[in-house]
Each structure stands twice: as structure tokens, then as C-alpha cells.
Design a protein. Structure first.
Length: 277
């Protein structure tokens, strides 16, 4: 599948105010609250306005305006001078919220079998190999699919989206298509739907049903957990083997037009819907 162009996030609207024109640029030190703070001379340092613009919050020119009125801090210090340089791991905050220098990226992968869901090296083939050319942003997978599991896996560097998915109370639903080694008994399906305890821990799912027109060993199962361990726990407890496990939907996101092993960037509309969950 042809790779789709990455969609750019729109920056915040900036309230128009009159600002005095900046007539000088800092070359060595920046004044911070009456004290001098040394500007980083590290070759990896970048200008503060570029750092903010790269985060997708606003343009460089708008960033200069926010810096000049004291809306930006670096490592706890208010910076108001133009030309100030920072490192990628500096604590930069805009109106109190930490800023990432990377553009937000949202990549949806249709994972094939044989790839581990990990960002660690030395684990053989991983899902990171499949999305290595999707973006320059440091994305990571939300949750995991087992090496032999398939289906949708979402990657992002957006911490708010990560938190939304991993929230223990709310979470985001995922729909799995499960194929078992034998037909699922109705009594077992009913037990799964109602919830039951395994090793003293209550196991619950959002929904479970037989798939219309398919054998009774093929079922649809909806959960909010970010991993799929709970699915294996359920069927191991009930003495079923899982032949195939495929995540076919995450919230409203589907595998439509994403062949196995391929990925796409989420559209602005899809991103907005995720943020509203």
C-alpha cells in the first residue's frame, strides 16, 4: 500500500496583542529574572522557537510572541529572550504544560504474525521494523499484540492518547476475532459475558458473541485491556486453544484499506475522534 502523507496538526490560535519588536538577539547568555542563564552551545541544541514549533503548538513566529511575554519556561526558568537554545531533553513548558519537540504522529499498523510488540532491540523481528519509515517522530505502540497475534496496533508519541488507552477505569475498546480449536459452548460464552474469577481475580469483557454465518468456534470479543493476555487467560481456563487472534477494530478504527503488514497515518478526523473518547 502506498504510504500516505503525514497529516500536520494545526497549531493553537494566538491571541493578537501588540508586542514590541525584538531588536536584538542573544548570542551568549539570556537574561532570566535578572540573572544570566547560559545558552547551550551543544551542537545538538536548537532554537527555542523551533523546539516549540516542532511540537505542533504554533508557528515559529507565534512561538516568539509567546516567549516574549513569558509564557515559556526552560528547566523551571522563564525565558523571554529570542535566540535561546535548548536540548531535546530539556524540560520546556508552554503555559505550564510540558512540550515535546516532535510533531505528533499517529500510525495504525495491520500487524502480521511473527513480529514481537516491543521497542527493545535483540528480540528478533519487531513491530518497530514495520513502521520504521512511517515517521521521524519517536512513536511507540499502545499496548501489545503477541508475536503470533495479528491485527490493528496503534503507534503514537502523544502521551495523552497513551494515557487514554491505558486508563484502568475507562480505556478504549478493541474488538478481536478469535478462532478456537473447537466450538465454544453456549454455557461458556454466557460465563465469559457475565464475568468469572480466575485465581481470585475477576475477569470481565465488554462483549462477546458468535460471528454470524461462521462456525461456533469463531467469535467476536470486545475488551478494553491494552494487551491480549486476558483473552488467552479466559480460554486457557475454559480448556480451549486459540488458533487465531486478530484485532479487527480499535475504537472506530478499522483495517479497511490497510493490507496485512502495512500501515497508515490517521486522518485529522480520526485523531479528533480518538481525543474525544
Amino acid at each position: 500500500m502506498a504510504k500516505q502523507r503525514e497529516h500536520k496538526n494545526k497549531g493553537k490560535n494566538v491571541t493578537k496583542k501588540s508586542h514590541s519588536k525584538i531588536v536584538s538577539r542573544v548570542k551568549g547568555n539570556a537574561t532570566v529574572g535578572g540573572n544570566k542563564m547560559t545558552v547551550s552551545k551543544n551542537s545538538n541544541a536548537i532554537r527555542l522557537n523551533k523546539y516549540i514549533a516542532n511540537s505542533g503548538i504554533c508557528s515559529r513566529r507565534e512561538a516568539d510572541m509567546h516567549i516574549s511575554i513569558g509564557s515559556v519556561t526552560v528547566n523551571g526558568k522563564v525565558i523571554t529572550e529570542m535566540g535561546f537554545k535548548v536540548l531535546l531533553d530539556d524540560d520546556v513548558r508552554f503555559d505550564g504544560s510540558r512540550v515535546s519537540p516532535e510533531k505528533k504522529a499517529y500510525v495504525l499498523l495491520n500487524k502480521p504474525k511473527g513480529f514481537a510488540t516491543t521497542t527493545s532491540e535483540g528480540k528478533g523481528r519487531t513491530v518497530m521494523d514495520l513502521v520504521s519509515n512511517a515517521t521521524n517522530s519517536r512513536i511507540r505502540p499502545i499496548g501489545r499484540l503477541g508475536r503470533n497475534s495479528m491485527g490493528l496496533l496503534l503507534f503514537t508519541n502523544d502521551d495523552q492518547i497513551h494515557a487514554k488507552f491505558t486508563n484502568s477505569k475507562h480505556g478504549v475498546t478493541r474488538l478481536f476475532q478469535v478462532e478456537l480449536d473447537k466450538n465454544l459452548k453456549y454455557d461458556d460464552l454466557k460465563q465469559i459475558k457475565e464475568g468469572f474469577k480466575v485465581a481470585g481475580k475477576t475477569i470481565t469483557v465488554e462483549d462477546i458473541s458468535y460471528i454470524d454465518g461462521a462456525p461456533k468456534k469463531e467469535i467476536g470479543l470486545k475488551i478494553k485491556n491494552t494487551g491480549n493476555t486476558i483473552i488467552r487467560t479466559i480460554f486457557e481456563h475454559l480448556k480451549y486453544d486459540i488458533i487465531k487472534l486478530d484485532c479487527v477494530m480499535i475504537a472506530d478504527l478499522t483495517k479497511k484499506d490497510i493490507p496485512r503488514g502495512h500501515w497508515k497515518h490517521l486522518t485529522e478526523l480520526e485523531i479528533s475522534k480518538l481525543k474525544m473518547l
